[in-house]
Design a protein around this ligand. Structure first.
Ligand code: RUQ
Ligand code: CUA
Ligand code: CA
Length: 640
């Protein structure tokens, strides 16, 4: 379809090679893009006049002491954490460890964090690597409600939840029977009960197809490799159900009425080799009818796979040909799409083309019509398929009817009007849908705007995750930072407002108004079952070879000056920080025992270790807390 289209009335005529990318062209372009700047020269819009900065852009430079107006929650990529940025300044304020140990807070060291991360029978961490991609937060009435954020780990198929009152990870769930867990999105309300106008589910797409169950059988039979779409309960974090599908899942979006979730599919071919995944001209955007799936699970129309107890319903094409009973609908979109995003007016999902230079607009009301038997073919839900540029990946929104799509190969963001694109697609060739293009530095992946996928999209700021920074920062050897750029989108023209180096490698992020969160700055003592509530409770309690050491901290001292254990004891040390003052954190390090963690105001944390080395060990406070911080120590004596 895209090949038959006339070029839009863009800044320059669309050259033939821009119409469609075959595999070879993509490979060569990607090569060029990654190592030189030739893509800029090849791009017609790159020659356009530089964009004038508008007044808003200077707001990125906050005066000392001024606070940002937006929070940004960023994925940390393979550092396996979530990062909190203040915007528009771009300052990194916090890293929240989830999937990977963290040396500052003792994540993966304390018993509490190990329990969340998951351990092997010997007590060691099950995983110490992660690859976090996607960050989304819980909704109420179509806007963020400040309860939770979620982030995925692609390597080990884990979903982590962050409490947005304390900015800590409180639960991690590993999805069964999937690999390459990529896109996530919370639902925005319940499809059936109108009273439930907030997030109760998180949907998770699995990118890689694997033999099911994956126990070593039939590994050579590619036709038996399958992928699944998973629903996790937002409160309990238990897996509710899975849908067996044809093809694979990449990214995920949800509708504002709670009725639909979708995933873009780049491998409908179910290829196990690179070339096979690009053999079909079109792939799909796969829709899930949430109410029907939940009903099928209730009615017992499911099976289970392997040792997992999770209900698996059948979402394959063959089983869902009748719209009246279908759980799924496969909408055909051009070759190897990436990114599916929900417009803030609730009407459309946008699929970016990746190997096709197009954006596809799918009207959700029409998808629902198909499920109701009122639309003959589900592909009729496509209301636009228009050219945007080379390598479209992700789309953000300004709440004024415009989409902002990253063009990986063109190193640009293109601003386009969705209703104009629909008119153009319907035959009105005078409809000018491309409104602006801006060069970014360089090769952008994710893009998101302030409040973008909420009903409160405000069209102020656009952040662009540039995968290559090349010459934008002081050279620091072969590993370059990535460049998170900030663009002012409040005017008609986009204006570049700032470069921000970030450690590799964030993928997705969300940006929202600071008023939506009310973080707590001090813990509640009673929230910790092990809390040592009074310094008088401090001491050493022996139970055979198991020893419990209870201690409190109050600047500048620990409640015990020393404590004694015997070589070979299994020691559990519990530390409660009784300081109630905001920002008064203590650390606790034990030399030679690989122990270091912190306790924030009124927090309790514990560690367990075997006292296998006799001697005197000065346990000291690692977090600067007081003028006598250096003196804040206790002695662990391990008797031979
Ligand atoms: S996907 S750009 Cu996870 Cu686009 Cu990273
Ligand atoms: Cu307590 Cu430093
Ligand atoms: Ca494909």
């Amino acid at each position: 379809m895209s090949q038959g289209k006339q070029s839009p009335n863009d800044t320059a005529p669309v050259a033939g090679r821009r119409r469609f990318l075959n595999t070879a062209a993509l490979a060569s372009l990607a090569g060029i893009a990654a190592c030189t700047d030739k893509t800029k020269a090849a791009s017609p819009a790159a020659a356009a006049a530089p964009h004038a900065a508008s007044g808003e852009a200077s707001a990125t430079h906050l005066k000392p002491g001024e606070l940002d107006t937006y929070y940004g929650l960023w994925s940390g990529g393979h550092t396996g954490d979530m990062r909190v940025l203040g915007l528009p300044s771009g300052r990194e304020i916090l890293r929240i460890p989830c999937f990977v140990p963290d040396a500052l807070v003792g994540w993966g060291i304390t018993n509490e964090s190990k329990k969340i991360m998951g351990t092997k029978p010997d007590g060691s961490l099950r995983y110490t690597v992660g690859d976090s991609h996607h960050v989304h937060a819980s909704y109420k009435d179509g806007n963020y409600d400040g309860r939770y954020a979620w982030i995925n780990d692609k390597i080990n198929s884990r979903l982590a939840r962050i409490r947005l009152d304390y900015f800590v990870c409180d639960k991690i769930t590993e999805l069964p029977n999937v690999q390459g867990f990529h896109g996530i999105f919370p639902d925005k309300r319940d499809p059936v009960d109108p009273a439930i106008n907030y997030t109760t589910r998180v949907f998770c797409g699995a990118e890689f197809q694997i033999p099911l169950p994956n126990q070593g059988q039939a590994t050579d039979k590619a036709e038996q490799y399958r992928s699944m779409f998973t629903c996790v309960d937002a409160e309990t974090m238990e897996v509710r159900w899975q849908v067996l599908i044809d093809g694979n899942c990449d990214l995920t979006a949800t509708s504002y009425d709670g009725k639909l979730a979708a995933t873009n599919q780049y491998n409908v071919e179910s290829g196990v080799h690179f070339e096979d995944m690009m053999s079909a001209e079109r792939d799909a955007c796969l829709f899930f009818n949430i109410a029907r799936i939940e009903q099928a699970v209730k009615d017992g129309k499911f099976r289970t796979i392997g040792s997992s107890k999770v209900p698996v319903v059948d979402g394959t094409r063959a089983a869902n040909a009748d719209p009246k009973t279908a759980l799924t609908a496969y909408v055909s979109v051009p070759k190897n799409p990436h990114g599916v995003n929900a417009s803030p007016d609730g009407k459309y999902f946008i699929c970016a083309g990746k190997l096709s230079p197009t954006g596809t607009v799918i009207e959700l009301a029409k998808v629902l019509d198909w499920f109701d038997g009122k639309l003959e073919k589900v592909d009729q839900a496509i209301v636009a398929e228009v050219e945007l540029g080379l390598g479209p990946l992700h789309t953000a929104f300004d709440g004024r009817g415009n989409g902002y799509t990253t063009l990986f190969l063109d190193s640009q963001v293109v601003k386009w009007n969705i209703e104009a694109a629909i008119k153009f697609h319907a035959g009105d060739k005078t409809a000018k849908y491309v409104l602006d293009r801006i060069d970014v530095q360089y090769q952008p992946g994710h893009v998101n705007a302030s409040q973008s996928e909420t009903v409160a999209a405000d069209g102020k700021w656009l952040a662009v995750g540039c995968k290559f920074s090349k010459d934008r920062f002081l050279p620091v050897g072969p590993l370059h930072p990535e460049n998170e750029q900030l663009i002012d989108i409040s005017g008609e023209k986009m204006a570049l407002a700032g470069d921000h180096p970030v450690r590799g490698e964030p993928h997705d992020f969300i940006i929202f108004k600071r008023e939506l969160l009310r973080p707590k700055q001090v813990y509640a003592l009673d929230d910790f079952p092990l809390a040592v509530k009074d310094p008088k409770e401090s001491g050493v309690v022996r139970n055979g070879r198991k020893v419990t050491v209870k201690m409190t901290s109050q600047a500048p001292a620990f409640s015990l000056r020393e404590f004694t254990v015997k070589k070979g004891d299994e020691v559990t040390l519990i530390l409660t920080n009784l300081d109630k003052v905001e920002d008064l954190t203590h650390g606790f390090a034990i030399p030679k025992y690989n122990v270091n963690f912190i306790v924030n105001p009124l927090e309790t944390a514990s560690v367990t270790f075997v006292a296998d080395q006799p001697g005197v060990f000065w346990c000291y406070c690692t977090h600067f807390c007081h003028a006598l911080h250096l003196e804040m120590r206790t002695r662990m004596i391990v008797e031979a």
